[in-house]
Design a binder for this molecule. Structure first.
Ligand SMILES: Nc1ccn([C@H]2C[C@H](O)[C@@H](COP(=O)(O)OP(=O)(O)OP(=O)(O)O)O2)c(=O)n1
Ligand SMILES: [Mn+2]
Length: 466
C-alpha cells in the first residue's frame, strides 16, 4: 500500500487523494486548522477518518497526520499513537507539512521527508530553530536601476522608501485582495471593508506572517481572517476565493464594474436585465455619457500607467499652465507622488493664489490641453456640473500605440496647499488614519485645513481647549 501511495499522481489534482484515508491527530493542530485540513482533503477526493471510528475499528486510515513538532520526538510520537488505544498497524505517519505541501503543490508527494526524523544538532549543539526556507519561498529583492532624472518633478524618482514593506506577505495580500474586490463589486461593502482593513494591517505590520497567531495579533484581523491567512500559508491559496470569485455572476459583475462610471448597483441592475458580457451591455442598456467613454476605453483604463508616462503628462500640463498663468504650480500627486512604479490614473494638483478664479484658470487649462490634443474626453462637464475645482477626463500622449489614461486635475488655493497636497497624495487609507489621529488629538483635518480646538461632545470636559 505504501508504495502505491508513494507514487506521484499529479494528473488530476481534484482527485489526487482518492485512495487516501486520513486521520489527523488533533494535538497542537487547533480546531480551525483541523477543519481547513479536513475540507481540503475532502475536496481533493480523500476521506477523513475520525478518532472515534479508528479506535472502534470502523475506519482504517492510510495516513496519520501529526503536528510537525511530534516528528522530532519519538517518545511523544509514540504517546500520540497510544492514544488511539490499539496497536499501531498503520503504514504512514507523516507531519502536517506533508499535507500542506501536497495541497500547495497540487500533487501527492513522497512522504519520506516528512516522517519521524530525530533533530540534527547544529555545530553549537543547538536545535535548529526553524524549518529552512525552500528556494521557492525565498523572496527575491529587485533593485531598480532607474537613471536619475533632474529638472523634473520633485518626486520623479520612484521612492526609495520600502514600498514593498509587505515583502513576504504578497501572496496573503493578493488572495485577500481578491475577496475584498469580489465583495465590493457584489455590493457587500461591509465585508469588502473588513478585508481591506486586514490587508492594510498586514501591509503595515512590518513582519512576515508565518502562522495564525501572527495574524490574529494584528489590529483589524479577526479570527476568521486569521484562519484564512493560515490557510494561505499552509496551502498557497484560499478555497473561498474560487467560491466567491469564480461564479459566472461575479465574473459578469466584475466585467461591468470595470467600466468607468459603473458601480455595484448599476452592474447588478444590468445583470438582472440579462446582461452577461460587454456586448450585451452595448446592445441592451442605455449608457450614460460617462459610461460610454468608459466602455470606449475599456481595455486602456485597465492598464497600469508607468510613472514615466505620468511625468510626461505632468510636463505637458505644466507647460500649458506656464503660458496661461506662470504663477500657478503643477504637481503630479496620487500614487505617483507616493513613489509607485505604476499608477491607476494620473492625478494632478494645480495650486494658485487665493484670489484667482479657480473656474477660469481650470477652463483655460482644459481648453488649451484639448487644443494640444492631450485631453480626448471629458468625464465631467465644467460648464454644466459646475465643480470648479475638479476636472475628470481622459488624456492620451501623442505617438503610435499610446493608451488613453484617466486624468484628474484638482485646483487648490495657495492657503490650502499643505493639507491639499497631503490629501491628494494619499493614500486614501493614510488619509483616514491621519484624520482619525487628528480627531483623537482634538483637531480636525480635511483636504482644506487642519483645525485645533475641536471639542467633541464625547471628549468634552474641563480640559477642552480653544
Ligand atoms: N476615497 C478616497 C479616494 C482618494 N483619496 C485621495 C487619496 C488618493 O491618493 C488621492 C488620489 O486618488 P486615487 O483614487 O487616484 O488613488 P491613488 O492615486 O492613490 O491610486 P491609483 O494609482 O489607483 O490612482 O485622493 C482619498 O482620500 N479618499
Ligand atoms: Mn490616482
Amino acid at each position: 500500500m505504501s508504495n502505491q501511495l508513494n507514487s506521484f499522481d499529479n494528473s488530476e489534482p481534484s482527485s489526487m487523494f482518492k485512495d487516501i484515508q486520513v486521520l489527523i491527530m488533533p494535538a497542537l493542530i487547533g480546531k480551525k486548522r483541523l477543519t481547513l485540513f479536513e475540507s481540503h482533503i475532502k475536496k481533493l477526493g480523500g476521506k477523513v477518518c475520525q478518532i472515534g471510528d479508528v479506535k472502534g475499528g470502523l475506519c482504517e486510515p492510510s495516513h496519520i497526520i501529526v503536528e510537525d513538532s511530534f516528528l522530532l520526538d519519538k517518545t511523544n510520537l509514540d504517546k500520540q499513537m497510544k492514544t488511539l488505544g490499539r496497536e499501531r498497524e498503520f503504514q504512514v505517519i507523516v507531519g502536517t507539512r506533508w499535507l500542506s505541501d501536497c495541497i500547495k503543490m497540487k500533487m501527492l508527494l513522497p512522504f519520506e521527508d516528512y516522517q519521524f526524523h530525530p533533530p540534527k544538532l547544529s555545530k553549537d549543539g543547538c536545535l535548529p530553530s526553524k524549518r529552512a526556507k525552500s528556494s521557492s519561498e525565498s523572496t527575491t529583492q529587485q533593485t531598480s536601476n532607474k537613471p536619475i532624472q533632474e529638472d523634473k518633478f520633485a518626486c520623479s524618482q520612484s521612492s526609495s522608501l520600502p514600498t514593498k514593506v509587505e515583502g513576504g506577505n504578497e501572496l496573503i495580500i493578493q488572495e485577500l485582495q481578491k475577496l475584498a474586490d469580489a465583495f465590493r463589486i457584489k455590493g457587500d461593502t461591509w465585508r469588502s471593508h473588513g478585508y481591506t482593513k486586514a490587508i492594510s494591517a498586514i501591509k503595515r505590520c512590518g513582519k512576515v506572517l508565518s502562522c495564525y497567531e501572527d495574524a490574529v495579533a494584528l489590529p483589524g484581523v479577526g479570527d476568521k481572517i486569521a484562519a484564512k491567512v493560515w490557510e494561505i500559508l499552509e496551502t498557497g491559496s484560499l478555497m473561498k476565493v474560487s467560491e466567491v470569485c469564480n461564479d459566472s455572476k461575479t465574473i459578469s459583475l466584475q466585467i461591468f464594474t470595470n467600466i468607468w462610471g459603473v458601480g455595484p448597483s448599476t452592474a447588478e441592475n444590468w445583470y438582472q436585465v440579462g446582461c452577461r458580457t460587454l456586448d450585451d451591455v452595448r446592445d441592451k442598456v442605455a449608457l450614460s455619457k460617462q459610461q460610454e467613454i468608459g466602455l470606449k476605453h475599456y481595455e486602456d483604463f485597465l492598464q497600469r500607467i508607468p510613472r514615466s508616462e505620468v511625468e510626461e503628462v505632468g510636463l505637458i500640463v505644466s507647460d500649458a499652465m506656464k503660458t496661461i498663468e506662470p504663477s500657478v504650480s503643477v504637481i503630479p500627486v496620487g500614487s505617483y507622488r507616493r513613489g509607485k512604479d505604476t499608477c491607476g490614473d494620473i492625478d494632478i494638483m494645480i495650486c494658485q493664489p487665493d484670489h484667482y478664479d479657480s473656474k477660469a484658470v481650470l477652463s483655460k487649462l482644459i481648453i488649451s490641453l484639448k487644443i494640444t490634443g492631450l485631453i480626448t474626453d471629458d468625464l465631467v462637464s465644467l460648464e454644466k456640473e459646475g465643480n470648479q475645482r475638479k476636472y475628470l477626463g481622459v488624456c492620451c500622449l501623442p505617438g503610435e500605440g499610446k493608451k488613453h489614461r484617466r486624468l484628474d486635475i484638482f485646483v487648490v488655493p495657495k492657503s490650502e496647499e499643505a493639507t491639499a497636497l497631503m490629501h491628494y497624495t494619499g493614500s486614501a487609507l493614510f488619509n483616514r488614519s491621519a484624520r482619525l489621529l487628528a480627531a483623537k488629538k482634538g483637531m480636525s483635518l480635511s483636504e482644506h485645513s487642519l483645525h485645533g480646538g475641536i471639542v467633541r461632545e464625547s471628549f468634552a470636559g474641563p480640559q477642552g481647549f480653544e
